[in-house]
Design a protein around this ligand. Sequence first.
Ligand code: SF4
Length: 236
Amino acid sequence: MVRYSVITDKNPREIVLLRGFGCAWKKCTFCDYHLDCSPDAAANLALNRTALAQVTGQYGRLEVINSGSFCELDADTMAEVERVCQAQGIHDLHFECHWMHRREIPALRVRFAGLGVRVHIKIGVETFDRAYREGVLHKGIGVSDPAEIAADFDECCLLFGLSGQTADSMRRDIQTGLAHFDRVCVNIMVENTTPVKPDPAVIQIFCREIAPAYLDDPRVDILMENTDFGVGGAEQ
Ligand code: SF4
């Protein structure tokens, strides 16, 4: 699997897909990438070192994803992330985190601030429609107020292309995301091993009526495929 890439257009940064112990939540109905995990810390560290060794620091920004939350990475991998940040001049570091681990974020910010690194935390919200998010997607965010969700986080992911979503609902989700977060990442649902299927009609509506307004917005990433950041696909 490709575990290192460079994003050159919006918010240019390097990105690594690391492997951790596994998502502690695992209940999101649309998700199967939490399967990229291992209980073997030494094997994870070896794999993660290989990905992190490719970081050059060319933009001073690094995104670390691990099919779960940063706190599911082993301690030695986190130490390696610290070392690479210092060695390669990383000043902005992005991690992902589920709502359930939000209380672990302040300590992470302090830890990296001590190295002169600003941490940005991304949460998968998928939609601000709580009934859909919790009733259909089982996301595990037990509050409705977007400001409350955003309190500990800097960036959010939205998931579009699902049955029941409309142009209005998708537009509202992006606008709400931009009002409360620094950046928004729109993921379009793709076929995977879960029973949740992409809805081609909804994806068409997104491409025709929503995406054009945000294609040049530096605060909005749009991933038509979940490998669009360059990681997660098979090695060629
Ligand atoms: S929290 Fe993230 S990794 Fe875990 S099941 Fe949900 S989408 Fe998948």
